[in-house]
Write a protein that binds this ligand. Structure first.
Ligand code: IMP
Ligand code: MG
Length: 185
């Protein structure tokens, strides 16, 4: 399948097919690790929606789904580590096997805060699955058990990831032309 590539995209970094193959691979790993258990997927809005939807369907393990929305203060292309909850979980997660589903880990600051927050609620376990990870993430010590792709420090969009709320609907992950974010402030 070839998707239309908007002109603001410099190039496709990870194709729809490559994403699908990786999602299946991650699901297989998670199924093996959680055999006989149930998983509570906690998706981080909005970036993780596409990944969450595909990943949940690729799993054989029974899951329930919760969503959380957080905002990290900072510019639109970098985060500060100061996190505010915009939408909290609807249910308690005590004694559940929580798997946090993230689109991308950049500085790791958002995730590191989120993990502390999850652990304080007394779950049976907490792990993380992230589709993408940038090299900076290695600096803060956040344990991410399942990672789809390690990518370079570049700003990417698509498959849930946005720039100024756009491009989330692209089926692939692509590099945004630098002109796009340098001119619109
Ligand atoms: P962190 O706290 O720096 O790890 O930021 C993580 C969040 O920043 C992600 O969940 C994304 O919402 C956003 N983000 C980081 N890098 C990118 C990118 O390249 N494109 C789009 N959003 C990004
Ligand atoms: Mg996000």
């Amino acid at each position: 399948m070839t998707a239309d590539v908007p002109k603001e995209i410099e190039r496709v970094l990870i194709s729809e097919e490559e994403i699908a193959a990786k999602v299946a691979e991650l699901a297989k790993q998670v199924d093996a690790d959680y055999a006989g258990k149930e998983i509570l997927l906690v998706g981080v809005l909005k970036g993780a929606v596409m990944f969450m939807a595909d990943f949940a369907r690729a799993l054989s393990t029974p899951v329930s789904m919760e969503f959380m929305a957080v905002s990290s203060y900072g510019s639109s292309t970098s985060s500060s580590g100061v996190v505010r909850i915009l939408k909290d979980l609807d249910r308690e997660i005590a004694d559940k096997h929580v798997l946090v589903v993230e689109d991308i880990i950049d500085s790791g600051l958002t995730l590191s805060w989120l993990l502390r927050n999850m652990r304080s609620r007394g779950p049976a376990s907490v792990e993380v699955v992230a589709l993408l990870r940038k090299p900076e993430a290695a600096k803060v010590n956040v344990p991410v058990k399942y990672v789809g792709f390690d990518i370079a420090t570049e700003f990417v969009v698509g498959y849930g990831l946005d720039y100024a709320e756009r491009y989330r609907d692209l089926p692939f992950v692509g590099l945004l032309r630098p002109e796009v974010y340098s001119t619109s402030g």
